[in-house]
Design a protein around this ligand. Structure first.
Ligand code: NAP
Length: 226
């Protein structure tokens, strides 16, 4: 069983469809129940949706309680954390409330999700895949607060990785480049994304890259835009 966050649209929704094609049991999550239901519509019985705001520890705990109930059917082996949002512009023009929402949706969501996953599954073979951005690898003018958020997530997961040394739970870091998803409209940035990767393309590449063997696993994945 796979839990995919941020799956009411974009990369997460595309990943859900990829894994359903493999007959995997998929749980998708996001805040917006109607958009989650639109993703599950017509996809059969191997997918279910649980709405949760990942910035709230109570909501994250409730999500994992529901995942736990579904474990009777199939074992949770992978969590893919895609939830996040964008906000851009010259720093002097950025709005404090929007900056706060950006930090919550990216940093707090990742911390709350990984914290709860480690609490519950650190002694089990569960792969926790955290989607960040190439903005966590390089500085970008006009993206200062977004870079700050993604760099924070990178520092967080690389530190938790050290805490998990010797544990069967693994953290996998993913750094995608530009994708043609709802992300841009909700970020408020008007940009031509027609030459960006589609969510389906990025999802297929990510799924193919997520491989492991008895004594090894792919730990860091960068998906560059061509
Ligand atoms: N698109 C790009 O060019 C690009 C490039 C590099 C990295 N990324 C990163 O890739 C990830 C996926 O982005 P995407 O392009 O697929 O964007 P998207 O279509 O906007 O999807 C983002 C998802 O995150 C969910 N979400 C946001 N805040 C949340 C919260 N507080 N709690 C729970 N769910 C939340 C949204 O669902 P609800 O609104 O239903 O909650 C939505 O399902 C993000 O982390 C993004 O930063 C995107």
């Amino acid at each position: 069983m796979i839990l995919i966050t941020g799956a009411s649209s974009g990369l997460g929704a595309a990943l859900a469809k990829c894994y359903l094609e493999d007959n995997q049991q998929v749980i998708i999550s996001g805040r917006n129940k109607a958009r989650l239901d639109a993703v599950t519509q017509g996809q059969g019985t191997h997918i279910c949706a649980i709405d949760a705001d990942l910035t709230s520890d109570i909501s994250v705990s409730a999500l994992f309680d529901q995942v736990g109930l579904l474990q009777a059917q199939s074992r949770l082996h992978t969590i893919i954390h895609c939830a996040g949002s964008g906000y851009f512009g010259a720093i002097e023009n950025q709005n404090p409330a929007a900056i706060s929402a950006l930090l919550q949706n990216n940093i707090m969501s990742a911390i709350m999700l990984v914290r709860e996953a480690v609490k519950r599954y650190r002694d089990q073979a569960v792969n926790v895949v955290v989607v960040m951005s190439t903005a966590a690898q390089v500085a970008k003018a006009g993206e200062s607060t977004y870079c700050a958020a993604k760099w924070a997530v990178r520092g967080f997961i690389e530190s938790v990785r050290l805490e998990l040394k010797g544990s069967p739970m693994k953290i996998i870091a993913v750094y995608p480049g530009g994708m043609d998803t709802d992300f841009w409209a909700t970020s408020g940035k008007t940009i031509d994304t027609s030459c960006f990767m589609s969510a389906d393309e990025a999802a297929n590449m990510l799924k193919q890259a997520l491989v492991s063997s008895q004594h090894g696993y792919v730990a860091d994945i960068t998906i560059n835009r061509a």
